[in-house]
Design a protein around this ligand. Sequence first.
Ligand code: DAK
Length: 258
Amino acid sequence: MSKSYSTITLETDEKGIATVTINRPKKLNALNDNVLNELADLFKVIQVDEDINAITVKGAGDKAFVAGADIKELRELDDRSGRMASQKGQQIFQLIEDTRKPVIAAVNGYALGGGAELAMACHLRIAGENAVFGLPEVGLGLIPGYGGTQRLPSLIGRARALEMILTGKQVKAKEALQLGLVNEVSATPVEASKELLNNILKNGPIAIRNAIKAVYHSDHHSGYQVEADLFGQLCETEDCMEGTSAFLEKRKPEFKGK
Ligand code: DAK
């Protein structure tokens, strides 16, 4: 990697399998603006780098893949900036999904909110035995804003997705496998991801590229705009301020529906 990043690292092995690590372990790899910008830049590089054939995305440390968007930054958003932030995140995650090289999320520990959304933007997901998935945004007075309202239903069906989104409940690795949210559970998800990518790379490279393109072709994208608009509206509510304050002050929120 010629560029250097402060919140992510990239390592590539001799077979061209790159490992992208989100590296803010003290904040459980929460996605602040810096991480998002660096992810965008890195995936643009990955898409054209002929030495990279496939990608594993993981979080630093054992505790979390990514524990969500950075809740501190969320508090500064209003309707307009919230909508724009949602669109920006959606575009970055779309860039990951649009990568025509296989991308696997190796999920150790928490994949919550934006972290679950990042995992869902990857083509495949392998969960560690301690993985925990959830979209807890409603508990902050928000909705998922990085494509979660669109990708979760397409992965596990509308009813189950709605239950997860409306309750904010957390789902452990085994249940995530039963739901179809992950492809596999492994004691060593990063190694399992590399093994799966090695198997995939034995096949025709153009066929792999076109298969990814064909599989995603049927997705329609108008829902993303609705998600961003509604996310923006919520950023100006008292409930959102209360939900995010409560998290930072380590107490339960008291929502008023305002
Ligand atoms: N943001 C910022 N800091 C976080 C964080 C997050 N999402 N998650 C954890 N941290 C920080 C904690 O504040 C703590 O920092 P210090 O107090 O040490 O400075 C440190 O990481 C360690 O966390 P804990 O002390 O809480 O660790 P525990 O083991 O006790 O608990 C936990 C682990 C994962 C259960 C807990 O940290 C937790 O509940 N975290 C928040 C999970 C969450 O609600 N995540 C979803 C956020 S909502 C957007 C579009 C979409 C979204 C956002 C924006 N735009 C349009 C802008 C998506 C929203 C979300 O992701």
